[in-house]
Design a protein around this ligand. Structure first.
Ligand code: 6PG
Length: 469
């Protein structure tokens, strides 16, 4: 069986197993590797009949079974495990072989690994894979970064297994070094923002609009037929329809309101701060997961402070406005993420094409949405677009929905319903579209107490004033 398999995959958890079966479905032979014998047997059982899939727990046998240059994908948890898997593979590899990290690795780890492996003649790719277990099986969106030359060997397999949007594969070579992991990180930041917004609108519709879970199910599924069509809106609609196995209630009402996180949203925010690019809707989505974790404190504080009883609203009108506000805030969230990508591309030399990125997000990934077709067009029309809000194709979409966001944010503030994502998106919009902000005063204060100097509107140069007290 030496040299017979087209593709190797290390890490036969659900994602890995599904990915390998997807590779085999698309006409390639694939070999799996995992230290856990049970996982190896499970894959052989699941894919054995096809003669296209095999697996072993032995690293040497695994590597020797692959055609050269070997294409080995790792689907293991991010962190030290990736390094130890690489070390285990290295003695058996030849120059020119390719390792692809398909996990959510931090982009600087990818840069380090790429440089380390380059010295040994091995090509290393960081490739974000989005779409969860189902995506891995039926077609994910794949975001690879690394050597452009080496990508040619991986391209046919990735194009075959990826999701398709109107026949076009949702994978593209994105750029050198950690470009792929970086893009996936920002994808996840956007994912955090969209999830936060979807949950805020649910809160409003439930507490103010009085919508039942059944009505929420219908509302979100109607929205999913229109301009809000997206994976997250679709699954949200299905969530409201799910009964609980353990009680007579709907499952959503029985789930503890503490959201966990693995770090990719936080990394997006942290890095945006380093770059000096504002992504406040993503920042607040991370903070809300942190606030949600403080359940015991929240219960105490709720008892201490209470909250207003929400004023009655016209349910139908409120629901129409909610759709508009959500659409508005979705646009703002994508705008922030894309803005970060544009800046990171310059800073890290990724040479990202934002139109290509939006294009491969149109299907397969968690943030896939009808809106991404419009975003793709906007960046294809203007490759150097600094911010989506500056695209003429978005002006009407934003202008026709921003008033609903204003109305709901005011309602939330007056009635004690927290809408941090929505209000944040609105504030970002109002600030970004203000030609004059009051930060002239901050400059004056800085100069006043610290002689930090300021620039002027009417002439060039750096100025300092001896402020009179
Ligand atoms: C994807 C997802 C996935 C991520 C989960 C969980 O694109 O398929 O982004 O990669 O791991 O969404 O992330 P959190 O645990 O941080 O919510």
């Amino acid at each position: 069986m030496a040299d017979t398999y087209d593709f190797g995959l290390v890490g036969l958890g659900v994602m890995g197993r599904n990915f390998i079966l997807n590779v085999a479905d698309n006409g390639f032979t694939a070999f799996g590797n995992d230290l856990d014998e049970e996982k190896v047997s499970a894959l052989i059982k699941e894919g054995g009949d096809s003669n296209k899939v095999n697996a072993t727990s032995d690293v040497k046998t695994f590597v020797q079974s692959l055609t050269t240059p070997r294409k080995i994908m790792l689907l293991v948890p991010a962190g030290k495990i990736v390094d130890s898997v690489i070390e285990g593979l290295l003695p058996h590899l030849d120059k020119g072989d390719i390792i692809i990290d398909g996990g959510n690795s931090f982009y600087t780890d990818t840069d380090r690994r790429e440089a380390y492996l380059k010295e040994k003649g091995i090509n290393f790719f960081g490739a974000g894979v989005s779409g969860g277990a189902e995506g891995a099986r039926k077609g994910p969106s794949i975001m690879p970064g690394g050597s452009k030359e080496a990508y040619q060997h991986v391209k046919p397999i990735f194009e075959a297994v990826s999701a398709k949007y109107k026949g076009e594969p949702c994978v593209a070579y994105l750029g050198p070094k950690s470009a792929g992991n970086y893009v996936k990180m920002v994808h996840n930041g956007i994912e955090y923002g969209l999830m936060q917004l979807t949950s805020e609108i649910y809160d409003l519709l439930k507490k103010a609009g009085g919508l039942t879970n059944d009505e929420l199910h219908k509302t979100y599924s109607e929205w999913n037929e229109g301009r809000l069509q997206s994976f997250l809106v679709e699954i949200t609609s299905e969530i409201f329809d799910q009964k609980d196995d353990l009680t007579d209630n709907d499952l959503v009402d029985m789930i503890l309101d503490k959201a966990k996180q693995k770090g990719t949203g936080k990394w997006t925010s942290q890095n945006a701060m380093d770059l000096g690019i504002p992504v406040p809707t993503i920042d607040i989505a991370v903070s809300m997961r942190e606030i949600s974790a403080l359940k015991a404190e929240r219960i105490k504080a709720d008892e201490l402070y209470g909250r207003p009883v929400p004023n009655a609203v016209d349910k139908e009108d409120f629901t129409v406005k909610a759709e508009q506000a959500l659409y508005f805030a979705f646009i703002i969230t994508y705008a922030q993420g894309m803005h970060q990508l544009a800046d990171a591309s310059k800073e890290y030399g990724y040479e990202l094409e934002l139109g290509e990125i939006a294009k491969i997000w149109r299907a397969g990934c968690i943030i896939r949405a009808a809106l991404l077709a419009d975003i793709t067009k906007a960046y294809q029309t203007d490759k150097d677009l600094q911010n989506l809000l500056l695209s003429s194709s978005f002006v009407e979409k934003v202008q026709s929905t921003v008033d609903a966001a204003r109305e709901l944010v005011s309602y939330g503030a007056a009635n004690g319903i927290p809408l941090p994502g929505l209000s944040n998106a609105l504030t970002y919009f109002d600030a970004y579209t203000s030609s004059r902000l009051p930060l002239n005063l901050i400059q004056a204060q800085r100069d006043y107490f610290g002689s930090h100097t300021y620039e002027r509107l009417d002439r060039e140069g750096i100025f300092h004033t001896e402020w009179e007290r």
